[in-house]
Design a protein. Structure first.
Lengths: 51, 562
């Protein structure tokens, strides 16, 4: 009985991680991360931000 | 297919998944990553310009190699190669572990915050250095055991030492793991000196400028969503929050850290009791963490110190050297995975455990996929950039090129408005003078090039004629202005090329004495010697690589029956 529970649990965890990975990768790839692109005509472009 | 190739194949899959659109047609131009179709071997590229030689020897290597392989293809090879070699190296370092453990460490190594952040930041020499680390641990251990050095040692050292920070990182690993009492390290030291000679010597030739500015506070470790020291434990925490994937700023940073910590904790005891050469691995981890934390704990003290100690500013982006801790993480995590596997034996299906440990690093950093979720991509240079280059090539007047607008970074529309170090200087065939000032948030860090400072003063003159005359006295023969990059000072000169976006002007003949910025004969001889040593290292590495390939082919042929 214990064995069956372990097998079911591991299938759920393994399948869950696999599903979460696929959903996460697909979702983040379809959302743009560039929220505020710099203005192309701005002559001083920042090297980065550290706020 | 041999089981040995599974981790490498997995590394290739992850590399393609991470780079995604960056593997398409066009150049990947992001922050410090600037590649052009054909980089010219100018004095700047060789570290003989007046600015600090930040891209030595990487630019020179690219300038030579792109004569054989087009720059576009070379960039893809470097990016994919770095990621695959990093994963394959981690698997090779743990080859005594189970296949599950080796596949999992490929995921942990390749899908790490360090790789994502440095890729976005465009630090491709650091990615190559990161990839070299596990291989250099293997080589160092063989050396320490009295075995012959692997044939691939020198090529790996060269690939991993394409910038100053990269050279420090890769140099430290074989020194820590390979030096043992009774083993004469002469050959190793000679190899390390040769592959690092260009940046060492050109850096020494710019000692005065190297102490001019620092910026430890600006470039200090940041914690993403974690306290900074905890982010460093997971090899994250770059200073630039613009290149941090969103998931690292969210709650997902915590499970990512806990996953790594759990695996390391589960395997620490097993690793400690089952492997030799533990002290150097531990020392490298402590060193990487200590350097990263020093810039976070005492940035102002280090800023003061860097003004008096030449070369200390190399450590200002202190999280760059965090991969010194990679071997410990890989070795203990692999041991941890095997420990967990043994506990689960007979209860859970193997595939479920394998799926969890191989995919969990991706699940907690999902936005590292597909070009960092749009953070990086490809771009084609406008046609007029090539036309301007050709027009300048045909010019016979003396003088270097000044690049306007007077700022160092651009966000061109044709690059999807992604910030990048101005590619124009690399597109041209003459040495250039550019503004080296960096703007980070509300802080401006002055550049170190004295000629650029003088050029800025010339550009501050009242009218275009006076500016041009002052620039001519600095040895500026041409001025190229990117009109799409914002407002710029006007200069007077004859138009050599004019497109909708670019204007190339020839400066009037110099009327006064030339302000000299030439390299002295001693420095010149030293730099020539350094490049000669580097060329010898390349020659030996190329020869050994060819011999290695021939021996592999022969072995494969001998195995074929009949």
């Amino acid at each position: 009985m214990g064995n069956i529970i372990a097998i079911v649990a591991s299938i759920l965890v393994g399948g869950g991680v696999a599903a979460a990975t696929i959903v996460g990768v697909v979702t983040s790839s379809t959302d743009s991360t560039v929220d505020n692109p710099p203005s192309v005509s701005e002559s001083t472009i920042q090297y980065g931000t550290n706020d | 297919m041999s089981e040995r190739w599974v981790p490498t194949l997995w590394a290739a899959v992850l590399a393609v998944l991470m780079l995604g659109p960056a593997l398409g047609p066009g150049f990947v131009l992001t922050y410090d990553m600037v590649w052009v179709p054909d980089l010219a071997l100018t004095s700047d590229v060789l570290g003989l310009g007046t600015g600090l030689p930040r891209a030595v020897p990487s630019d020179a290597v690219v300038a030579v190699l792109d004569e054989v392989i087009p720059g576009l293809a070379l960039q893809k090879i470097v990016l994919v190669g770095a990621l695959v070699l990093a994963g394959a190296g981690a698997a090779e370092l743990t080859r005594h572990r189970s296949l599950t453990a080796r596949v999992a460490v490929v995921s942990l190594t390749l899908w790490s915050p360090y790789v994502a952040e440095r890729l976005w930041m465009g630090h491709w020499p650091m990615l190559l250095a990161y990839a070299a680390v596990p291989w250099l641990v293997i080589a160092g251990r063989r050396w320490a055991a009295g075995e012959r050095s692997p044939v691939w040692l020198l090529p790996v050292l060269i690939a991993g030492s394409l910038s100053a920070s990269a050279g420090i990182l890769t140099g430290a690993v074989p020194l820590a793991t390979g030096l043992r009492r009774g083993r004469r390290p002469v050959l190793l030291l000679v190899a390390l000196l040769a592959v690092n000679a260009p940046w060492l010597v050109t850096g020494l030739a710019h000692t005065a400028e190297a102490t001019a500015s620092s910026g430890f506070e600006v470039f200090a470790l940041r914690g993403d969503a974690l306290p900074a020291p905890l982010a460093a434990l997971a090899l994250g925490g770059i200073w630039n929050t613009s290149v941090v994937p969103d998931s690292r700023e969210s709650w997902l940073a915590w499970p990512a850290l806990l996953l790594l910590a759990a695996l390391v904790a589960a395997g620490a005891r097993r690793w400690w009791t089952s492997e030799s050469g533990r002290a150097p691995i531990l020392a490298l981890w402590v060193a990487g963490l200590a350097i990263a934390l020093a810039g976070w704990i005492a940035p102002l003290a280090l800023d003061d110190l860097a003004r008096h100690v030449p070369g200390l500013a190399l450590f200002r982006d202190s999280s760059r050297l965090l991969p010194l801790g990679l071997p410990l993480l890989v070795l203990t995590a692999a041991a941890g995975i095997d420990a967990v596997r043994e506990r689960l034996r007979g209860t859970a299906p193997r595939w479920a455990a394998a799926v969890v440990v191989a995919l969990a690093p991706i699940a907690v950093l999902p936005d590292a996929a597909w070009g960092l979720a749009g953070g990086i991509g490809t771009a084609e240079y406008p046609d007029q950039w090539q036309q301007a280059r050709a027009a300048l090539e045909e010019e016979t007047a003396a003088g270097d090129v000044l690049v306007l607008p007077w700022s160092s970074y651009r966000a061109p529309e044709w690059n999807g408005a992604r910030p990048v170090l101005d590619p124009l200087p690399r597109m041209l065939t003459r040495p250039s003078v550019v503004n080296g000032d960096l703007v980070v948030g509300s802080t401006a860090i002055e550049g170190e090039d004295p000629r650029a400072t003088a050029a800025a003063e010339a550009l501050a003159e009242a009218d275009p004629e006076t500016r041009s005359a002052a620039l001519s006295r600095l040895g500026i023969g041409y001025v190229i202005t990117d009109r799409t990059a914002g407002d710029s000072a006007q200069v007077s000169g004859e138009t050599v090329f004019e497109g909708s976006g670019l204007l190339l002007q020839r400066m009037p003949e110099r009327s006064g004495p030339l302000v000299g910025y030439s390299t002295g004969p001693v420095a010149l001889a030293a730099v020539a010697g350094a490049w000669a040593a580097y060329a010898v290292a390349w020659l030996v590495a190329t020869t050994s690589t060819v011999l290695l390939l021939i021996s592999i082919v022969r072995r494969q042929t001998a195995r074929v029956p009949g």
